[in-house]
Design a binder for this molecule. Structure first.
Ligand SMILES: [Zn+2]
Length: 520
C-alpha cells in the first residue's frame, strides 16, 4: 500500500464524518413497515371510493351536491377520529351556485335518437320542452355571422365542431416504462416554455371568436346552443363565465363528438335536422368556496404548531362523479390520514388534511387558504401560517400509482426524498425529477415560496375520462390508490417527525408585475 501523505490523510479523516452526515436522512423503517402492513390488510380504499363517487355524485363548486359532500367529508373525518374537522369558507364565489335538475336531449328528425349530453354549467334553462329545426352556425369570422342576423330567434343552434376527430392508436391506460421514467429526470436548459409548441395565439383567436358568436346568439335570442366536446367520445363538462345576479346565459349543452358530428354532416348534406330538448338549471347567489379540513395534532412542545399539509380537490365537474378528477386524490389523502390515526401516531408537527373547493374554476380553495392563513395577497404581508408551514403534498393526476416525485426545481430537497422514497423502490416509486408539474393546487403554495409537491403518476384513462360523463368509479384502480395512500402516509409522517422543516426554495419577494403576483 502506498504511504498516504499526512495532510491528505487529515483532510479525508475530518471531512469524512461531515460527508457521511450530509448523506444521512433518518428514515423510520419500522413505521414504514407498519404502514405497509396496515394498508395491505386493513385498507378501506374500496369503501371510501364508493362513498366519494357513487354516493356523493358530482361536486361542482358551490352546488347543492358540493355542500352535501362537504358535510359528508367533515363527518367522515370525525368518524376517523381526526381533530378539528371544519368546513372552512375561504372566498366568496362570484359565479354563485348552479345545479342541473333535468337534461333530456334527442334528435327527432330525420329519425329519433336520444343523445347523452351535459349542460354547460352556469347557463340557463330551456323554456320547458322545446322542439325545432337545428341551425348550423357556419362561421370562420365575425363577418360570417351577419348572414344569420334576424334568423335565429327561438332556434336551436349547432355550433361548428371545434376539433376534427382522429382515431387514437394510443393505449387508454399505460404505466411508465423504466426508459420513460429516466427521461423524466432530465432537465432542459431551454427555459420555461409553458405551452411547448402549442399555438397560443391561434387558440386565443378561436376562443375570442367563439365568445363573440355566443354574444351574437344571446342578442339574436337563440333558444339553445349545442356544442361538441372537442375530440372527446363522451360529453365533457365545462362552465360559462358568469357572475351571480347577471341575466341567465342562453342554455347550452355539450354532446359527444359522434352525436354532434352526425347532425353537422346531415345539415351539411341539406337533410333537415330537428331536436327535442329540455334543460332545467337553478342558480343561487351569495355562495362561498369551501375547503374541508381536519388534523392529527402535533405533540412536540416546540414543533406542534408547525403544519405538514396534504390535500386534493373535492370539487369536480358535474357530468360524471369526478372519480379520477379528483375523488381519487381525496380518497388517497383520507386513507393516509386514517392509516396514521389508526396506527396511533403522535406526530411532532400537526398533520392537516385539506380537501379544496373551486380548483376547477382557478385553484380558488387553495389560493383562499393561502390568503387566509399564509399571506395577504394585497399587502403581501406574511401571516403566522407562513413560518408554521412545513410542506404540502397534493394528488391530482388521476388514479394512477405514484412512480416518484417532482422536485418543482427545489434541488435542496432531493437528498431528503431520495432517502424517503428508497423503501418504495420495490413498489416502482423512486424516480425523482427536478421538473415542475403544474395545473393544480400545489401551485398556490409554490407561488409564495413554500415547499409543495406532486407525485409522478401513471396515466390511467385520464386523458379520455377527465371532466366527462365517464369520470366515474370505474376509472379508479384500487391497488394503485392503496399504494399512493401508504406512500403518502409514510412521507407525511417522516416530514412531521423531522428535526428541521423541509428546505424551501430561496424566497424572492415577487415583482408586482410577475405572473406569481397575478396568480392572486
Ligand atoms: Zn383535478
Amino acid at each position: 500500500m502506498k504511504k498516504m501523505h499526512l495532510s491528505a490523510f487529515l483532510i479525508v479523516f475530518f471531512l469524512l464524518p461531515v460527508f457521511v452526515l450530509a448523506q444521512t436522512e433518518p428514515v423510520d423503517l419500522e413505521m414504514i413497515y407498519k404502514i405497509k402492513q396496515f394498508e395491505k390488510s386493513r385498507s378501506q380504499i374500496e369503501d371510501i371510493s364508493f362513498w366519494m363517487t357513487d354516493y356523493l355524485g358530482p361536486r361542482l363548486t358551490a352546488s347543492q351536491n358540493k355542500a352535501r359532500a362537504n358535510e359528508f367529508v367533515k363527518n367522515k373525518f370525525e368518524e376517523f377520529g381526526l381533530s378539528n374537522a371544519v368546513i372552512d369558507p375561504v372566498r366568496p364565489f362570484d359565479r354563485g351556485g348552479w345545479d342541473n335538475k333535468k337534461t333530456y336531449v334527442a334528435m327527432t328528425a330525420p329519425y329519433y335518437c336520444a343523445f347523452a349530453a351535459t349542460p354547460v354549467a352556469w347557463t340557463g334553462s330551456t323554456k320547458g320542452l322545446i322542439k325545432g329545426e337545428v341551425v348550423l352556425l357556419d362561421f370562420q369570422s365575425l363577418e360570417d355571422l351577419e348572414q344569420y342576423k334576424g334568423k335565429l330567434k327561438g332556434k336551436i343552434v349547432l355550433m361548428p365542431a371545434s376539433d376534427t376527430y382522429e382515431p387514437s392508436f394510443e393505449p387508454m391506460a399505460s404505466r411508465y416504462t423504466d426508459e420513460e421514467l429516466k427521461e423524466i429526470t432530465t432537465e432542459s436548459m431551454a427555459g420555461r416554455r409553458r405551452f411547448g409548441n402549442f399555438d397560443f395565439e391561434a387558440w386565443r383567436r378561436a376562443r375570442e371568436l367563439r365568445r363573440a358568436a355566443t354574444d351574437f346568439l344571446v342578442d339574436e335570442g337563440a333558444a339553445l346552443i349545442v356544442n361538441s366536446s372537442g375530440e372527446f367520445n363522451v360529453p365533457r363538462s365545462n362552465g360559462a363565465n358568469y357572475t351571480a345576479g347577471e341575466k341567465e346565459p342562453v342554455p347550452e349543452i355539450n354532446l359527444a363528438v359522434e352525436a354532434h358530428g352526425r347532425m353537422q354532416r346531415l345539415i351539411q348534406h341539406d337533410v333537415p335536422v330537428e331536436m327535442e330538448v329540455e334543460v332545467k338549471n337553478v342558480f343561487s347567489k351569495g355562495e362561498f368556496v369551501n375547503n374541508v379540513m381536519a388534523e392529527i395534532p402535533g405533540t412536540d412542545p416546540e414543533l406542534k404548531d408547525e403544519v405538514v399539509l396534504i390535500g386534493a380537490h373535492l370539487d369536480s365537474w358535474h357530468g360524471g362523479t369526478g372519480a379520477a378528477d379528483n375523488a381519487s386524490g381525496c380518497i388517497v389523502m383520507m386513507e393516509a390520514m386514517r392509516i396514521l390515526k389508526e396506527l396511533g401516531v403522535q406526530p411532532r408537527r400537526t398533520i392537516r388534511i385539506a380537501l379544496w373547493g373551486g380548483e376547477e374554476e382557478g385553484l380558488y380553495g387553495s389560493r383562499g387558504y393561502v390568503e387566509k392563513y399564509i399571506r395577504d395577497p394585497r399587502t403581501l404581508d406574511l401571516k403566522p401560517g407562513f413560518d408554521q408551514f412545513d410542506v404540502y403534498f397534493n394528488m391530482d393526476n388521476g388514479s394512477g400509482r405514484y412512480r416518484g416525485i417532482y422536485l418543482q426545481q427545489n434541488e435542496m430537497v432531493r437528498p431528503v426524498f431520495e432517502a424517503w422514497l428508497a423503501p418504495f423502490e420495490n413498489l416502482g416509486c423512486s424516480t425523482i425529477t427536478i421538473r415542475n408539474t403544474s395545473g393544480t393546487d400545489h401551485l398556490s403554495f409554490d407561488a409564495v415560496g413554500l415547499p409543495a409537491f406532486q407525485f409522478i403518476q401513471d396515466e390511467i384513462e385520464y386523458d379520455r375520462g377527465y371532466h366527462t360523463l365517464m369520470d366515474t368509479y370505474e376509472r379508479l384502480v384500487m391497488d394503485d390508490l392503496k399504494q399512493n395512500a401508504l406512500i403518502t402516509a409514510a412521507l407525511v409522517y417522516l416530514a412531521a417527525q423531522r428535526d428541521e422543516k423541509l428546505p424551501a426554495k430561496p424566497y424572492e419577494k415577487p415583482d408586482p408585475d410577475s405572473q406569481r403576483r397575478r396568480m392572486f
